[in-house]
Design a protein around this ligand. Structure first.
Ligand SMILES: Nc1ncnc2c1ncn2[C@@H]1O[C@H](COP(=O)(O)OP(=O)(O)OP(=O)(O)O)[C@@H](O)[C@H]1O
Ligand SMILES: [Mg+2]
Length: 327
């Protein structure tokens, strides 16, 4: 049996606000095996970052996890104390953000930042050894002239170089799982494609497991073995990316596919699907997508569809595919 690096089960998260509880993530499950990459794909507001932050135990204070498990290498992250988790954060689990500046302190050079990470997370004290690992990581992240980058301050690097440097930090600790939350959206399109290429290369060469967050199914097609389609906090479709692209089942996935922005296209447009996300403070009773679904029938507005395995390894939450409901 393959080794499961990450298992997320029935994850349910709300944000408390003055206007009521926002049901940001509702009963979401997925898993990632060693060396595998999984994309969370969905429009803005679908709960992708909330899921990523929950795994990093970095949710804002008004968030509350109502239910679920997040199991990393057999240990439930939600049921360990802060001391135990601090050994995992930044070591077994690394993250790269949309804004690479978030991974750096502007007052320290790139080399100092990586060195600190290696010292405190891996307990390496040998200065020569630290620099050796840091330079290798920078090279692996696709940076030229690594000695210069090592000695640079964040503001001295371009956005693309800084994102590569943040990838270097993330992989320098040899993490079990790398979380990448839209790491290319702030970059111009040629750079986007190059950085995706680098991440894919790292995955193949280092056997890195990746949780990739994107609104772009084209990105998923390029880099991810598996895809989970999320919409308004709920998982709608799940399976191998190839299967989902070849045989999209959920009406939402089909719409997303029609609006895929091409990687490297001149202007990256966000997927456009008529209508908008429902109010997550008061989500509809049945299928969450029903109000925007052209195929919706009465049952869709009344009963919440379960995630069912339609083809082996290909799951969908839609009444169309459950026997007896559709007629
Ligand atoms: N701190 C917060 N307080 C209240 N609501 C929040 C908070 N953070 C996020 N939300 C809400 O939770 C829902 C999910 O947000 P989230 O940021 O996880 O979506 P996303 O899929 O990452 O979107 P994007 O593609 O724009 O990054 C949204 O409705 C959002 O408005
Ligand atoms: Mg987000």
């Amino acid at each position: 049996m393959k080794h499961k690096v990450l298992e997320v089960n029935d994850l349910t998260i709300i944000y408390r606000t003055l206007e009521g509880n926002v049901h940001a993530v509702d009963d979401v499950s997925f898993s990632i095996e060693k060396g595998e990459s999984l994309c969370l794909v969905g429009e803005s507001g679908s709960g992708k970052s909330t899921i990523a932050l929950a795994i990093m135990r970095a949710l804002p204070p008004n968030a509350k996890i109502l239910r679920g498990e997040i199991i990393l290498n057999g240990k439930d992250l939600l049921r360990m104390d802060e001391k135990e988790f601090s050994k995992i954060r930044g070591k077994e689990l690394s993250i790269i953000f949309q804004d690479p500046a978030a991974s750096f302190n502007p007052l320290f050079t790139v080399g100092e930042t990586i060195s600190d990470v290696l010292k405190y997370k891996l307990g390496i004290n040998d200065k020569k050894k630290i620099k050796e690992i840091a330079l290798r990581a920078l090279k692996e992240a696709g940076l030229p002239d690594v000695e210069r980058v090592y000695n640079s301050y964040p503001h001295e690097l371009s956005g693309g170089m800084l994102q590569r440097a943040s990838i270097a930090i993330a992989i320098s600790v040899n993490p079990s799982l790398l979380i990448a939350d839209e790491p290319t959206t702030m970059l111009d399109v040629t750079l986007q494609a190059q950085i995706l290429e680098t991440l894919k290369d790292l995955k193949d060469r280092l056997g890195l497991s990746i949780l990739f967050v994107t609104h772009n199914l084209g990105v998923a097609a390029f880099i991810c073995d598996k895809t989970l389609i999320v919409y308004a906090g709920r998982a709608l479709e799940y399976g191998s990316t190839e299967e989902i692209l070849k045989r999209p089942l959920h009406p939402y996935t089909r719409k997303l596919l029609k609006s895929v922005p091409r990687i490297g296209a001149k202007r990256e447009k966000l997927p456009f699907i008529p209508g908008s996300l429902p109010d997550l403070r008061n989500p509809p009773r049945g299928c969450i997508f029903a109000p925007r679904c052209e195929e919706a029938r009465e049952i869709c507005f009344k009963v919440r569809p379960k995630m069912l395995e339609y083809h082996p390894g290909h799951y969908v939450a839609c009444h169309k595919y459950s026997e007896g409901n559709w007629g």
